[in-house]
Design a protein around this ligand. Structure first.
Ligand SMILES: [Zn+2]
Length: 618
């Protein structure tokens, strides 16, 4: 779960010529580590939306290669299409999927902008989360005037590009790049074929809301009569309040319902600054970052709420689903399930799974596959079509072919025993830590619901997180060692060769130190989680917690030994001295935890045995 994954969704101003489109997508796919997920050309818009994912650096490189290729093969001076656009690569957003923040994605956008400005000499604007000033956040505003107005726009100091020259390039135009949250396309299915049923619920949920009504004659909101604002009466769409002025209604909406009335009207294309008397009154929907309509899907013979969630951290799918279930029940309808269209970040389903487990009074800190399974069951994600996590979920830990953690226990033990230096002690230290973390989480989860949850829940959470991270380290340790071995095999014929080889070997050694150092630190956390689980958990599980503690200790020691053995060949004396001091401190902490935990555990076991022998005597 800690491997960072970024999605990039560039839009290119070409939707009709497959040869040019392929030139661009080939440039993307040629970058190692990139997964090209989707190429969606549109003939009417004359535009192609491409989706690819990968680790941050390869994604940044692929984005640059795509922009460069588009600038070479496309010619904006002859481009026509139904969609607004300003450049050959029109817009290029970076989207966090897993293990990376929106801020870090904005940094990728800035780096892309700088490189495009410097190497391709094209003007670049930054938008949304990467915007340099508030008025550049909105894409439509940045793109206003389009390609045809770009030459004039670049002359306006207000619209000086964020990167690159303020010079019009007739072939490539300008690039707009930025960062935005992941968009989840999510449908909720009803036990009805009536589109109006779905629409009635969708309009209650979406931020844009709906025309306000009162005096409903059935559970359906649309059965009421429409309200309008009048000179002396401004009715609230969300309750029975009537304001005598627009301003009093504005205050009421903010204070009683928590929304900005002017913004709501703006979403419905009404500019309140021009006066609203005579206009239809509006009712705000329940969720921000939520767009929704109702439709009928012939394939399923069902009406659905078709929903776009533009920031699932603010408005998660399970919250929208539960509201839809309630609104459906009030209308005599049933939500039979829901559907993810396209892809979903693993974190969204992890959060949903935890939400439902909490509601059931269960520990929310269980393995990720269990959380996904719970989310699929609770949300009815397999209702109208099968839900296959490997095809739908982005950011699941990748297990490359031949990964050590994908082996059976027996095969791994065999592999370790063969006469090759890797996998060795570093990988096994990480594996020991992962198993210890698993035991800590198990003991913490078993002890829950007995008044100790405040202490045990964090240990369960830590146990899961450390386990997932240490499992990755099992393979990382072997790879880190390999990069040093590769450097050793470099040629050493000339003095230049020798210098390059030495530098690469030193780099490889530092990497070979970083991985076991991270393992040692994580394993100390494992020992802490196991100690908490032992102290507060079920006494019957004490030996499990003790084994977890010992495994964590093996991981700390193993990690440190692997750091020390690689330090001896590192020539950077300051680095070596610093690492040695840090290792000594970590080791002292681990010893203290081991001594205290073992003494406590042995004491409890001795106490249990003495009580039993007293019982036998009496
Ligand atoms: Zn109200």
């Amino acid at each position: 779960m800690s491997q960072p994954v970024v999605e990039c969704v560039p839009n290119f101003s070409e939707g009709r010529d497959p040869v040019r489109i392929k030139a661009i997508t080939d440039a993307i796919a040629a970058v190692a580590g990139i997964r090209l997920l989707d190429v969606d050309p549109g003939a009417d818009t004359n535009r192609t939306v491409v989706t690819f994912v990968g680790a941050p650096e390869p994604v940044l490189e692929a984005a640059f290669q795509a922009v460069r290729t588009a600038a070479r093969v496309l010619d904006m001076s002859t481009h026509h299409g139904a969609h607004p656009r300003m450049g050959a690569t029109d817009v290029c957003p970076f989207v966090p999927v897993a293990g990376i923040t929106l801020d870090q994605c904005a940094e990728l956008a800035r780096r892309l902008g700088e490189r495009v400005g410097r190497e391709l000499e094209l003007p670049v604007y930054l938008y949304e989360h990467a915007a340099s000033r508030p008025e550049r956040r909105n894409l439509a505003r940045v793109r206003k005037g389009e390609y045809e107005g770009l030459a004039e726009k670049l002359k306006d100091p207000q619209w000086a590009p964020d990167c690159g020259p303020a010079r019009f390039d007739p072939r490539a135009g300008a690039l707009i790049t930025g960062a935005r949250p992941f968009l989840i396309a999510y449908n909720v299915t009803l036990n009805s074929r009536d589109k109006a049923h779905a629409t009635d619920i969708a309009f209650e949920l979406r931020e844009k809301g709906r025309v306000a009504r009162r005096g409903q004659t059935s559970p359906f909101y649309a059965s009421g009569r429409e309200l309008r604002y009048q000179e002396d009466c401004f009715p609230c769409g969300n309750c029975e309040f009537d304001g005598s002025t627009f301003e009093s209604l504005e205050v009421h909406c903010r204070e009683s319902h928590g929304y900005d009335l002017r913004r709501l009207l703006g979403l419905n294309d009404i500019d309140a600054s021009h006066g609203v008397a005579g206009q239809k009154a509006y009712r705000a929907g329940m969720f921000t970052h939520c767009k929704a309509i109702g439709w009928y899907v012939d394939t399923y013979k069902r009406a659905q709420l078709s929903i776009n969630l533009t920031d699932y951290q603010v408005t998660p799918p399970e919250a929208v689903l539960e509201a839809a279930r309630k609104l459906a029940a009030e209308r005599g309808l049933v939500v039979t399930g829901s559907e993810i269209v396209g892809l979903v970040p693993v974190q969204a389903l992890v959060q949903a799974g935890r939400f439902y487990l909490r509601r059931q009074g269960k520990s929310p800190f269980v393995p990720v596959p269990d959380l996904l399974e719970n989310a699929v069951f609770s949300m009815g994600l397999a209702d109208v079509s099968p839900f296959e996590p490997e095809k739908k979920v982005l950011g699941l830990p990748e297990r490359p072919q031949g990964a050590l953690v994908a082996m059976t226990c027996a095969d791994l033990a065999d592999e370790v025993s063969r006469d090759t230096p890797a996998p060795g002690g570093g990988s096994i230290a990480a594996l020991a830590g992962a198993l210890g973390a698993g035991l800590a989480s198990m003991v913490a989860n078993l002890g829950q619901g007995k008044g100790r949850d405040e202490a045990l829940l964090p240990a369960a959470e830590q146990g899961q997180r450390l386990k997932d991270r240490l499992l990755l380290a099992v393979d990382e340790d072997t790879q880190a060692f390999n990069s040093y071995m590769e450097a050793r095999r470099l040629p050493q014929a000339s003095p230049e060769d020798k210098a390059v080889r030495e530098a690469r070997m030193q780099q490889g050694l530092k990497l070979a130190v970083e991985v076991p150092w991270a393992t040692a630190q994580d394993c100390l956390q494992v020992m802490r989680a196991a100690s908490v689980a032992m102290e507060h958990g079920n006494p019957a599980s004490i030996t499990d917690a003790l084994v977890g503690l010992q495994m964590g200790h093996a991981g700390v020691r193993g990690g440190i030994w692997n750091v020390l053995i690689n330090l001896k060949d590192i020539t950077d004396a300051a680095f070596t001295a610093d690492m040695e001091a840090r290792c000594a401190r970590l080791l002292a902490d681990a010893r203290a935890l081991l001594d205290a935990g073992t003494a406590y555990g042995d004491g409890r076991l001795a106490h249990m045995l003495s009580k039993q022998s007293q019982g036998v005597q009496s």
